[in-house]
Write a protein that binds this ligand. Sequence first.
Ligand SMILES: *Cc1c(COP(=O)(O)O)cnc(C)c1O
Length: 378
Amino acid sequence: MSRIYLSPPDISSLDHVAVDAVLTSNWVAPVGPHLESFESTLADRVGRAHAVALNSGTAALHLALQLLRVQPGDSVICPTLTFTASANPICYCGADPIFVDSEPNTWNMDPVLLELELGERAASGELPKAVIVVHLYGQCADMDPILAVCERYGIPVVEDAAEALGASYKGRPAGGMGAFSFFSFNGNKIITTSGGGMLLADKGSWIERARFLSTQAREPVAHYEHREVGYNYRMSNVLAGLGLSQLDDLGRRIAVRRSHYEAYHEALTDLPGVDFMPITDPDAANYWLTCLTVAPVAGGSSRDLIISALNAADIEARPLWKPLHLQPVFQDCASIGGDCAEGLFANGLCLPSGSSMNAEDRAKVIAVVRSCFSGPTA
Ligand SMILES: *Cc1c(COP(=O)(O)O)cnc(C)c1O
């Protein structure tokens, strides 16, 4: 019996054929036609004019902040309940993150807190240089009020859509809303290129400059001429071939992950103290991970007990993201609110949700979770 993972890479025979075709074409080092095709296909899919494929989502966010001229002395707002990669690039630019709490409806950044904070900072002349919005676990943040308040203060929004490829908000695709947006194709994401990311925007000059910076800021002359410090952030053409093939399969992946969410919900929602992550529009989420919270005592169970029971059955489950304002590395950073995110972190977990998991394995997960609630001393 092999371990059941949270969200392992899902590689099909079509992916093998696609990568083999790239290798056969010899477009290996480093750029080539598959890169352009991956960029334009994904940009079309999310209604963006321009895109550049990079070697990670983190690199994409770093370039976005560079293009927005984020520098030492600046601040950038970011939700607290997210993966550290949503905030690290703020520090690469020498700027200071300001963490904002979640709201209970989507677990994403609270638009009311954001508005209050921007109002106060506008009054004291300390507006942030950018706002990063994360679409956590494949569900979009409440973008209308967030975009409206940022527009009022003239602050660009960067959408961290790393977990949200294929999701949407009121009919608009995730990754199609902010000044910049980016996706991740890390191994655990809904599609993968083993590692990779993409930066998107409607402004062509921004993406052109991001492409330039991502390839060592090499001037377009025959000898190697450099006027600026650049990065080695470009995706390889081989991985773009894999990305294209994975992207082709996105619809099926979302459908399978959704079926996991629905099966978990049906089988577990009656358990005492169990609450699933609220889904505001069932057709708008991509169901990247099924997440739920478990009240600490009410059911005679708890989040940690469930995770250990699953682990003992060789099933991977994890707590929700640890809020960044609680992370030692960010302990000196400003943070607005935090109770909602802290509560979610204390009681929340993610269940195995991969698009390669079958119904039999899912039933195993369900049985172990239910067993944690069966006896008074369970
Ligand atoms: C995965 C992830 C990232 C970073 O993407 P990488 O490709 O791993 O650099 C950023 N933000 C969120 C919310 C993520 O889940």
